[in-house]
Structures are given as C-alpha cells and as structure tokens.
Write a protein that binds this ligand. Structure first.
Ligand SMILES: Nc1nc2c(c(=O)[nH]1)N[C@H]1C(S)=C(S)[C@@H](COP(=O)(O)OP(=O)(O)OC[C@H]3O[C@@H](n4cnc5c(=O)[nH]c(N)nc54)[C@H](O)[C@@H]3O)O[C@H]1N2
Ligand SMILES: Nc1nc2c(c(=O)[nH]1)N[C@H]1C(S)=C(S)[C@@H](COP(=O)(O)OP(=O)(O)OC[C@H]3O[C@@H](n4cnc5c(=O)[nH]c(N)nc54)[C@H](O)[C@@H]3O)O[C@H]1N2
Ligand code: SF4
Ligand SMILES: [Mo]
Length: 723
C-alpha cells in the first residue's frame, strides 16, 4: 500500500460538511463560536494548546459535537495568543487531524526501504512482531544497539517523552544527544548569566532600542512581533542583525547585514567600543559582574577596524551601533536560535550575553537580554515525576548525537552497531544534516526501524513498521513554553481517529508486550500530569490541574515587575554576571573553520539553509496542499555578482551542489544575501521536490564550538546553470 491509500473512517467531505472549513477560515471570529455554541446543547468546549517546537505555545479552544471537531480557534482570553493562531496552524484539524493521507492503522513495509510501500496490519500483530524483533536484536547485539530518535515534534511533556523516557531507560537503550536546537545557544548565554531566562517577552514593549539578533521574529516568533511593533509605536528603534535579509530584516529601521558566523567578532567589538568610550555603567559592572578587567584586556584586539573586513561591516557602522545601543534606554537584545547553527555559535551567544551587563541595561524593565523562558516552568513543575529520567536506567549508556546520526548509522566500527531505531516526534530524513548519509543509513537492510507518525514522512518511508500517532486534539498533554511564561493543559477534544494511539500508549503497550510489569508503565497520562503539580513552588500558586481544566491556560505567578538582574542575583556560582569565564579558558572566540584550498575552490559559496519558509514548521506541514502552494517552490537567494559570474538569470533553475549532494532550485537574484553567500529554505520534503533532495542534502554534520550544536551553516557549495 502506498502513501495516501490508508482507509479513513471520516472523509474530507464529511469533515467539510460539519462546517469546520467555514469555521476555521474565520477561525479568529469569536462571534461564530458564540452562535455555534448556542445552536446545540451537546456542543462541548475543550481547551488545548499548540504542540509545535515554537516559542509562542499558543492556547486554543476546540468545539466538539458528537466526537467531532466543529470549531477550532485561538484562545481569545490568553493575552499572549491574543486570538490568533499562525497561518500554519489555523486550519490544523483539517490539515493534520482529519487530513486524508493521515495514517490511521499500523503499517508494515512491503516494498524496498524508501519506496513508501506498506500494508495495513493490526496493532496486535504490529506490537507482537516489533517486540520479537527488538528482543532478537537485544539478544544478539545488546540493549545499546537500540536508539530512540525522538525530538520536539510535540513539545508536550507527556507525548514528547514521559513514557518513552521510561521505556528506553528500562530497556537500557543508547541515549540520543538531542542538541540540534538550542544547546549551543544555551551554553553561550548560560556561561555568562548562569541561565537563559532574562527579560520576559511581554516586557519588550518597554524597550526603546531593540535588537533582534539572528532571529526572524515575523516568521518564527509571530506572537512577539505585535509587541515589538508596540515598542516601536512608543518610540523604539528596531535593529535586525542578520546575514540574510529576512522578512523581519526588511521591516527593521536598520538592517545590519553581517557575514555569516561572525557575530562573536561583532559583539566583542561592540564591547571594545563600549569600554574604550566609557559607555558603560560602572556601578553595575563593579557590583554585579566578575571579570571586567580581564575582559577589557581581552577585547583590545577586537577594535572595529580590526574585525571590519571579516564581519563585513564598516568600522563606522560598528561604532554607531555601539553608541546607539549604549544610549538606548531601555535597550533590549532578542536572540533565539539562528546563529547557533554556525561553527562559533556558542561563542556568539556568550559574547552577546555580556552586552546588557556592560551598559547596565538589566536595571530597567524591558532592558537586558530576551532569550528563552523554559527555566521558569522547569523549576516550578515537579519535573522528576514526569520522566523519572534521573532515577531510572543506567546513566552510563552511550550517547549518539542526533546531528551525526548519518555517521553513526553507517559506522562499521560502532560497537554495538545501531540495529533498532525508534523514530517519533521527528523527521530526520529532512531535518538532520548530511541527508544522503542519513538516507544511506536508513536504507540498511539490517536496521530495524519503527516510526510513530501522523503521515508517511520522508523518514517513515524507510520504516519497517509505522504506528499511527494521535494528534494534539486526541491526547492529553501539559505544555510549557520556551518563549513565554504560560502553561497549558491540553485535553483530548475527540477520541483518536481510526486506530491512532498516543506515543505514551504505544510505549505502554510495547512494554507490556515485552513482559515488563513495572508500576510506572501503568500510570495514565492524566496521572502523570496531575503529579507534575505536586509542588508548592510559588510560580504555581493558584495553578492546579483543576484550574487549568477550567480555563486551559495560566500565566506563571512570577514576581512583577520582572527585572530579574536589577541588582545582580545571577544564578552563577559567584552570583554575578560572568564577563570572563571563571576557568579562564572558555572564552568567546572566533575560530574560522579551516577548509582545504581545493575544497573552497570547488565550493566557493557559503550556504545558509535556514527556516525562512512562512508556511512550514521545520518539516511539519510541508505536505499540506494549501501550505505548499502558498509557500511556492524553493528558491536559492544569490547575490547579483555571484549570479553574473555564473551567467545565471533571475528565475532560472540552477544546480546547487557540494561533496555531499545536489539539488535544483530557482535562482532569486538580489541583495537578500551578501556576495559569496547563498541561502535556501529548510523544511521541504525531499520526496515532494523534483530532484528528490532538500536543503540538508548539502549541510555539514560538524559540531559547533561548544554545546554540541549543529554548525549547519558551515556549508560550502557551488552553483551552476542547468543546461
Ligand atoms: N515559520 C516557522 N516558525 C518556526 C520554525 C519554522 O520552521 N518555521 N521553527 C521553530 C524552531 S524549531 C525554532 S528553533 C525557532 C527558530 O527561531 P529563529 O532563531 O528566529 O529562527 P531561524 O530561522 O533558525 O534563524 C533566524 C535567523 O538567523 C539568521 N542567521 C543565520 N546565521 C546567522 C549568523 O551567523 N548571524 C546572525 N546574526 N544571524 C544568523 C538566519 O538568517 C535567520 O533569518 O523557530 C520556530 N518557529
Ligand atoms: N538545514 C537546517 N536544518 C535544520 C534546521 C535549520 O535551521 N536548518 N533547524 C533545526 C531545528 S532548530 C530543529 S528544532 C529541527 C527540527 O526537526 P524535527 O524535530 O525533525 O522537526 P519536524 O520536521 O517538525 O518533525 C516533527 C515530526 O513529528 C511529528 N509529530 C508531531 N506530533 C507528534 C506526536 O504526537 N507523535 C508522533 N509520533 N509524532 C508527532 C510530525 O508529524 C513531524 O513529522 O530541525 C533542525 N534542522
Ligand atoms: S506554530 Fe507557533 S505561532 Fe503557530 S499556532 Fe503553534 S505556537 Fe502558535
Ligand atoms: Mo528548533
């Protein structure tokens, strides 16, 4: 059976006839919900929240009648969601839950790996056969030959990992190094602040000088953008620092277009100017920081004139930025992920995180650094109860990096080799670097691959067995956010469609099939969520499972106004902001990657494969017809100089290639990138593109300087006219 041919108990037509299309099209209209709610006393309102790996974590409301979704809309009461889901999610029931190609039965492979040919089987058969094969591989190669590849396809604490963590710990499987997103950034920021939580997003309205540094807010953090706009209406200047002229950069008052991966130099140079021109807050430095003197010595070599050629900015530009930043009051820097995908990623975040302490920006409401927020719910909830991670299993099992999954799957020396791969909440065939190596690994006949999914993704095509996963409308979850300070309870709105089961049910059932009887496999999702509230942390005052059921969402009870480092109190060992690392070694450094001369001759252009699509979330939704159509075919941004030297015209199809792969794209000539740099969007499924490969076919799987991040953008390519 091939993709799209799975049977479906509820057709698209039936779905449309319930009126959901009309309702979702006007999904922001609360009047419609009101009217609808009055028409039937059997309507039920269920609260939930978006599951995506997105900083916004929007709250939503689902109206259900007789087990079917009749209305789906953003929460109008949650001020952060502000009545609006993004363009990717406003038709979520139609485009994911009720989508006709959603998998609704377990499937067993019938064709060659990658062909996407499967036949439906029962859960009973699927679980039995999977358990037998897993056991056989464990007997022959040991438990560490099993690798769970689960990432943030859902960020819900339950379906992301509560039960799977127990399962793989009990099994003694290898651990997955989950560092493709956020780790290098957190390592950098954490080295200075001791944490990553600083300013709250709501408080950015108070800023008067706002730098969005390597983040494409309009795309990737849509609910922050209105707050940024509000700050501007109140007089803030908006600066965007990005080598790519993103949608956000286009909207800025000042777009500073740097050369990729040079932010650490730019930040150190800004520090040099601030210190040299005495544009600092001496009292703040003296009272609340350590290493000021050492830093002053360290940045001497980073005067604007020195870094200018590498960063691609004039010395004047750097000085002007430093002066404006120092005088902007309050000044706020917003960073997220983007530049961590460079070779010196952690260093960049480390150097940038020093800036607000130097100017004393932390003193003011809305001043400082806005990075993540996950530590807030992280410290409030009874986290240990969720995954039992720390108390279960052998802490010494080996870790396999998700970034180098291609290498590991193909490594003949790896002992034991990876023989069983469980993929859930991830689509590594599209999202992991060095795609062709990943696919080569997934193609291995001796690799037993089990995928839990909604769709036959590019990864699922290589599965031996696929199990149908529930969507956010069909399972329990508890949602915390890395981009704001709300938590949400996601209650199932409808019963699972077809034979879909939640990730946690899958792992419970497989545990049972393997004969495991531990109590922690008997706990229900609801039990686990309830136990997460077994804490008296002040941030959760008044927030209970029961109160969340009544409203869906709650803002954590943080002390207000939230000016966390007004008087120091950094969660570092010294309690101070670390302007120089206590070990004297882990300094922010710019260490360009050395490429062999022949390599650079063959592949002279640096390629950025970034999440610049507006209609996909990583690779999610890149199979939804409406969204693919709205996004259009992928293009290659190339500078006029580089296009001219290759006789490439705008709109022409070009071949982009390097030692790892090639793909065909439409050239878009312009100043979105600097000379020597090209850019293409990440997220498209290879199987749906003409050349059957997508951006990660070209990307490198090398690590960043620290934090084991992915230096995805340290990728060099050549571009050629086709024909
Ligand atoms: N629409 C949409 N929204 C998303 C996602 C999505 O795929 N689509 N993904 C979600 C996820 S998983 C994440 S992690 C967040 C990411 O959110 P962001 O960090 O905002 O997103 P990115 O697109 O990874 O990168 C942001 C910008 O960093 C720039 N950048 C790259 N290299 C450098 C550099 O060396 N220096 C500087 N200054 N800038 C650089 C890129 O050009 C890009 O415009 O977004 C989330 N939201
Ligand atoms: N070139 C390049 N590559 C990148 C990036 C980049 O900027 N450039 N960004 C990187 C970043 S920041 C990230 S976060 C990663 C993201 O990489 P992935 O985590 O692989 O993200 P998605 O592509 O969204 O895949 C998530 C999958 O989970 C599935 N899913 C959703 N909910 C559930 C559920 O409840 N159960 C199950 N079983 N499955 C579910 C979805 O259907 C989807 O197929 O990509 C990274 N790759
Ligand atoms: S993807 Fe992000 S912006 Fe869109 S609905 Fe989900 S949380 Fe909100
Ligand atoms: Mo991410």
């Amino acid at each position: 059976m091939t993709k799209g041919q799975t049977t479906h108990p509820f057709t698209r037509r039936q779905f449309l006839e319930t009126g959901i299309l009309g309702a979702t099209v006007v999904g922001l209209s609360s009047t419609l919900v009101g009217q609808y709610a009055c028409t039937s006393n059997r309507d039920k309102m269920v609260y939930g929240a978006c599951y995506h790996d997105c900083p916004d974590c929007c709250s939503w409301e689902v109206t259900v009648n007789q087990g079917q979704v009749t209305q789906f809309q953003a929460s109008t009461s949650n001020p952060f969601t502000a009545g609006k889901l993004c363009n990717k999610m406003d038709k979520f029931p139609l485009e994911v839950t009720y989508h006709p190609s959603r998998i609704l039965t377990p499937l067993k492979r019938t064709g060659p790996k990658g062909s996407g040919e499967f036949t439906p089987i029962s859960w009973e058969q699927g679980l039995k056969e999977v358990a037998a094969k897993v056991q056989e591989n464990i007997n022959a190669f040991g438990a560490q030959s099993v690798l769970p590849f689960g990432y943030a396809g859902t960020e819900g604490l339950i379906q992301n990992g509560a039960m799977s963590a127990r399962f793989f710990a009990r099994l003694g499987a290898s651990k997955l190094g989950r560092t493709i997103c956020g780790e290098a950034a957190a390592t950098g920021t954490g080295a200075v602040l001791g944490c990553t939580t600083g300013v709250l997003p709501q408080d950015c309205v108070h800023a008067r000088y706002l730098i969005l540094w390597g983040t494409n807010t309009i795309n990737s953090n849509q609910h922050l953008w209105p707050l940024v706009q509000q700050a501007r209406q109140q007089g803030a200047k908006l600066v965007v620092i990005d080598p790519y002229r993103s949608r956000t950069a286009q909207e800025a008052d000042w777009h500073i277009q740097t050369r990729p991966g040079t932010d650490v130099l730019l930040a150190l140079s800004l520090i040099q100017v601030l210190l040299e021109e005495r544009l600092y807050d001496e009292e703040y430095l003296r009272n609340y920081t350590t290493g000021w003197e050492s830093l002053t010595t360290y940045v001497r070599d980073y005067a604007p004139e020195q870094v200018s050629p590498t960063v691609g900015l004039t010395a004047d530009t750097i000085r002007t930025l430093a002066r404006e930043y120092a005088q902007g009051n309050p000044s706020l820097i917003r960073v997220l992920i983007g530049m961590e995908h460079q070779a010196n990623g952690a260093s960049a975040f480390q150097a940038i995180a020093m800036l607000p302490a130097i100017t004393g920006a932390w003193r003011h409401l809305g001043g400082g650094l806005l990075h993540y927020t996950y530590e807030l719910a992280g410290q409030a909830l009874n986290w240990d109860r969720l995954a039992l991670d720390g108390t279960l299993g052998d802490p010494n099992v080996r870790e396999i990096s998700m970034i180098q999954i291609g290498q590991s799957l193909n490594d003949n020396e790896l002992a034991p080799p990876i023989k069983t791969l469980f993929v859930y909440n991830a689509n590594p065939a599209v999202t992991a670097p060095n795609q062709n190596l990943v696919l080569q690994g997934l193609r291995r006949e001796d690799l037993f691959t089990v995928v839990l999914e909604h769709f036959i993704t590019d990864t699922a095509r290589y599965a031996d067995y696929i199990f149908p996963a529930t969507t956010q409308l069909e399972h329990w979850d508890l949602m915390t956010s890395w981009g704001q300070d709300y938590i949400n309870l996601n209650e199932p709105a409808i019963p699972p469609l077809g034979e879909a089961k939640s990730n946690s049910d899958f792992f419970r059932l497989l545990a049972k099939e393997l004969g495991w009887t531990e109590d922690y496999f008997q706990e229900t999702d609801e039990d686990i969520i309830r136990s997460a509230f077994n804490t008296d942390h002040p941030f959760l005052k008044g927030i209970t499972f029961k109160s969340l059921r009544q409203k869906g969402w709650a803002r954590l009870n943080l002390p207000q106004p939230w000016i966390p480092f007004k008087e120091g109190h950094f969660p570092t060992e010294s309690g101070k902001c670390q302007l120089f690392p206590p070990d004297g070694v882990t300094l922010p450094v710019y260490q360009p990657v050395e490429h062999a001369a022949e390599e650079l001759e063959s592949f002279p252009l640096q390629m950025m494969a970034i999440k610049s699509t507006s209609h996909f979330l990583n690779s999610s939704h890149a199979n939804a017809e409406r969204l693919i159509e709205a996004e259009g075919a992928p293009h290659l941004d190339i500078h006029p100089d580089d296009a001219a030297s290759r006789q490439i015209s705008d709109g022409e199809t070009v071949l982009v290639f390097n030692q790892r792969g090639d793909l065909q794209l439409t050239a878009r000539i312009g100043d979105n990138v600097l000379p020597g740099v090209v850019s293409m969007p990440q997220g498209y499924w290879s199987s749906l593109l003409p050349g059957k490969s997508s951006a990660n076919a070209l990307t490198t799987d090398r690590f960043t300087d620290r934090g084991h991040g992915a230096a995805l953008q340290e990728t060099w390519v050549q571009v050629q006219k086709i024909g």
